[in-house]
Ligand binder design. Structure first.
Ligand code: MD3
Ligand code: FE
Length: 219
């Protein structure tokens, strides 16, 4: 089967569908669309305090994704490794607090995906410009893999790569558009995943950008 045939079309799923991608992975099509303008204003306020930056990996490469954080803990990377830290290494200040609208959105999405009572302490905010990609990885710096990760896609569409338990497992390609929310828990929680290079385009709210929020219970 070709890559093209493996890709679910953007129009193949109804609006506002609740779609189980795989055991533990629930796609809530358009769940955050109504909140997006408010959420994006909060993202701009966070980025004014803690700017998007290209972190250095332990291997010495700059990530192509720009990232920042809010909440009690933020994900950071440098030559010594990946970890969650209470302060922004650029400023030495605590990360900006998690806005009320973020917590409410994450809790509601987690509950809709089968994880009532999710209380994230970290929100990683990724910014993609055309050409930006995120190579296959696992999210395993969090303390409790029993808690899900809730991801919110805003702006330009992206092709999410959802792999298996091993890096060599061939990923399926899942198109994610503005307002889509995915809850990743249970058996999906430690799957390899990434994002294909972002295609150029213009989004009415974000221009030539995609912003992804991931809510985590890190500590
Ligand atoms: C599947 N972000 O920040 S979100 C990341 O679109 C990250 O920016 C991507 O992967 C982005 O770590 C993808 C979707 C996602 C997040 C965590 C997962 C999918 C996941 C954890 C396990 C399995
Ligand atoms: Fe990830």
């Amino acid at each position: 089967m070709t890559d093209e045939q493996m890709t679910l079309g953007f129009d193949d799923l109804p609006d506002d569908a609740c779609h189980r991608l795989e055991p533990g992975a629930v796609l809530l099509r358009g769940f955050a669309r109504g909140d997006a303008p408010t959420v994006l204003r909060a993202v701009e306020a966070i980025a004014a305090e803690a700017p998007f930056r290209h972190m250095v990996t332990p291997g010495g490469q700059h990530m192509s994704v720009g990232l920042t954080n809010c909440g009690a803990l933020g994900w950071v990377s440098d030559r010594s490794g990946y970890r969650y830290a209470p302060r922004d290494p650029l400023s030495g200040l605590p990360w900006p607090p998690m806005p009320t609208c973020f917590g409410a959105l994450a809790r509601a999405a987690a509950a809709a995906g089968g994880f009532a009572g999710f209380e994230p302490d970290a929100c990683l905010i990724n910014q993609y410009l055309p050409g930006t990609r995120l190579s296959l990885h696992q999210d395993k710096d969090e303390r409790d893999f029993g808690a899900p990760i809730v991801s919110v896609s805003l702006g330009l569409p992206a092709v999410f790569l959802f792999g298996g338990a091993a890096r060599r497992d061939r990923p399926i390609r899942v198109p994610l558009v503005h307002g889509d929310v995915v809850v990743w828990g249970g058996p999906a929680r430690l799957r390899y995943h990434g994002v294909a290079p972002l295609k150029d385009g213009q989004h009415p709210l974000l221009g030539a950008r995609r912003v992804n929020l991931t809510f985590r219970l890190a500590g």
